[in-house]
Design a protein. Structure first.
Length: 225
């Protein structure tokens, strides 16, 4: 009389069927795939944020220094008469005593203490995706190149237009290739725009990193209005 009861108990203890196992594995796989997708996307977003932060910092440091130097254009030039010797879309040269006579600056005491000397010619030029800064020293009668040649900003996006020039009324002075002497005499402000890009890719998804743009308008305060 107890056999049916035993048979029922044995039947209840049987494991899941093959179909049920396949369904369970499929559901787990779908959940894992979704989790990995979220992980990959989060990693890509994180890497882009880090990349953008680095580009932002690089561009701000570069532009802040350029602002301080370009604002001095024409300041304490000694016997130099041309405050803006050259200007183009991807290069600019300005003359000023940017180190305020300090002998430990870009130019040593030989230039700083020379009669009529002490001025620096600061040159910014876009070359091969970099913004480079060089400084020449005025000894009172001639320019002598100094050892200063440095990368001011790397990772520029192509041979972009970095410098734009405006007269006292805000009218843009567009160079054919470089500004003419007449155009340079009218320049009262310069717009500097940097677009930096990260050429790397995220490690997981292979997506391109970000780019960052920053620009500012600089008034050349020491030039005649």
């Amino acid at each position: 009389m107890r056999r049916p009861h035993v048979q029922t108990r044995i039947r209840d203890e049987q494991g899941s069927s093959l179909v049920e196992m396949i369904i369970a594995i499929g559901l787990v796989s779908m959940l894992m795939a979704g989790a990995y997708t979220v992980l990959f996307q989060s990693q890509a977003i994180f890497e882009k944020q880090i990349s953008t932060q680095g580009l932002r910092q690089e561009s701000r440091v570069a532009i802040n220094q350029m602002v301080s130097e370009l604002r001095l254009t024409g300041y304490a030039m000694g016997t130099v008469t041309d405050a803006l010797p050259a200007g183009a879309a991807t290069s600019i040269s300005i003359v000023a005593d940017v180190d305020d006579g300090a002998a430990d600056g870009s130019c040593d005491a030989t230039y700083e203490n020379a009669t009529g000397g002490g001025a620096e010619r600061v040159n910014y030029t876009v070359q091969s995706g970099q913004l480079r800064r060089t400084v020449d020293c005025w000894n009172g009668s001639a320019w002598t190149a100094s050892a200063t040649d440095e990368v001011w900003a790397a990772d520029l996006q192509g041979e972009q237009v970095v410098f734009r020039y405006f007269d006292g009324s805000g009218v843009e002075l567009v160079p054919a290739t470089t500004l003419s002497a007449a155009q340079r005499a009218q320049v009262r402000s310069v717009r500097v725009a940097l677009t930096l890009q990260d050429l790397g890719t995220t490690q997981i998804t292979g997506e391109a990193h970000s780019h960052f743009e920053l620009e500012t308008l600089i008034k050349l305060r020491n030039l005649a209005s």
